[in-house]
Ligand binder design. Structure first.
Ligand code: KG4
Ligand code: ZN
Length: 372
């Protein structure tokens, strides 16, 4: 059978991305235009600015993805686009581009849930000939994950444990009751004066910090697989205020100028120790309960070095990781999941596909996109 090529398009937050993936596992191109430089001056993503940048970048990014993959429109079997969840203005740019192209080029459209997509970064095991992909080749997992798959999804907007019994057949085991873990990384980074996005900055600075320097609380929750990070974030704020001899009324934006480098690194390392312990504790409980054949980590925080190191030590089975570049937002994961949805006949209507900014990842996601 001829290989099937899916063009993925992703614009749900602050990355404009397009990619071509063959048969759900062979990556032919991966183009990501990050807006980090634009948003870092504001300390976080500004939705209107993000949407405007997507409008400027979407066409060139798609053109480059086709060019890198050495594809014409005739080679593309389906267009997979992120339609939920995310920032409404950002989502609209990608979906409108995908809908227009699907109609103009007469190519089937597939509507993909962004968070579910993150899991499929782990399904990429080969790259094509494009020189732009060469660096990824040695970082790819050797095999695709096997069902049942336990997925720990950790991003800027989500923290959840999901059990995949098959493609499109999954169960949400637990999730954060307040902040996502990536959000906590970003907020803690802001408190101690590190740049946006905070995750990579904390990851880096923690290496030189003492992770036992400060005693921070681990949340205790009712739900066996649920998470909570807002108490930890507040504890970091109070700790930082105490270190510089101020009370709880002291404004957080003045803290960075009073903390020295050692204090900053110690706070980062202590926060990271507790955050990662909470993630792994729950993952281990889920592992013992369900005995999955594979465990995968997905989302931006999956790029974290210490999380990977700790999982290697504590989890009874070996985990293969997606390259860091495919952990943060990209369209490769959207195209990979799009392949399985397309094969299952989950085709969206290009004339009326709507974005859904706050759709949670539930069993009904595939049903929702079955629109024609
Ligand atoms: O998945 P993602 O790219 O976007 C969302 O869908 O949210 O995740 C972004 C999040 C940000 O909160 C960022 O700080 C975090 O992932 N992140 C990290 C690392 N790299 C990115 N967190 C911890 N360690 C990292 N190395
Ligand atoms: Zn994401």
């Amino acid at each position: 059978m001829l290989a099937m090529k899916i063009l993925g398009i992703e614009s749900s937050c602050d990355e404009t991305a397009a990619a071509v993936v063959e048969d759900g596992y062979r990556l032919l191109s991966n183009v990501v235009h990050s807006q980090i430089d634009i948003h870092s001056q504001y300390g976080g993503v500004v939705p209107e600015v993000a949407a405007r940048s997507h409008i400027e970048m979407i066409n060139p990014v798609i053109a480059k993805a086709l060019e890198d993959a050495a594809c014409g429109w005739d080679d593309i079997d389906a267009i997979a686009v992120t339609y939920a969840p995310g920032l409404v203005g950002s989502l609209l740019v990608g979906t409108l581009a995908a809908r227009t192209l699907a109609v103009a080029k007469q190519i089937p459209l597939v509507a993909v849930h962004h968070v579910e997509g993150h899991v499929y970064a782990n399904f990429i095991t080969e790259v094509g000939d494009s020189p732009t992909l060469e660096a990824l080749r040695s970082q790819l997992p050797s095999t695709t994950p096997r069902f049942p798959i336990l997925a720990l999804i950790v991003s800027g907007g989500h923290t959840q444990l999901v059990l995949f019994k098959n493609h499109g057949d999954y169960e949400l085991l637990g999730q954060t009751q307040d902040d996502a873990v990536g959000e906590a990384y970003d907020k803690v980074a802001k408190i101690i004066g590190l740049p946006y996005p905070g995750g990579p900055a904390i990851d880096q600075i923690s290496v030189s910090g003492d992770s036992m320097a400060y005693d921070l609380p681990k949340a205790k929750l009712q739900g066996q697989f649920d998470f909570s990070f807002s108490g930890l974030k507040t504890a970091v704020l109070r700790t930082a205020q105490k270190i510089v001899d101020k009370d709880y009324t002291f404004p957080s934006h003045h803290l960075p100028e009073l903390l020295n480098d050692k204090q900053r690194a110690d706070i980062a390392a202590s926060f990271q120790r507790v955050a990662i312990e909470s993630l792994i504790d729950k993952t281990l409980v889920a592992y013992d309960e369900y005995f999955p054949s594979s465990v995968v980590i997905a989302g931006g925080v999956a790029a974290n070095q210490e999380l990977r190191r700790q999982l290697r030590v504590r989890l009874p089975i070996a985990i293969e990781y997606a390259p860091m570049k495919l952990c943060t937002d990209n369209a490769t994961m959207i195209a990979a999941l799009g392949f399985y949805m397309f094969k299952a006949g989950k085709i969206a209507n290009p004339y009326n596909l709507e974005v859904v900014p706050s759709l949670s990842m539930t069993k009904t996601t595939w049903a929702l996109t079955d629109q024609v």
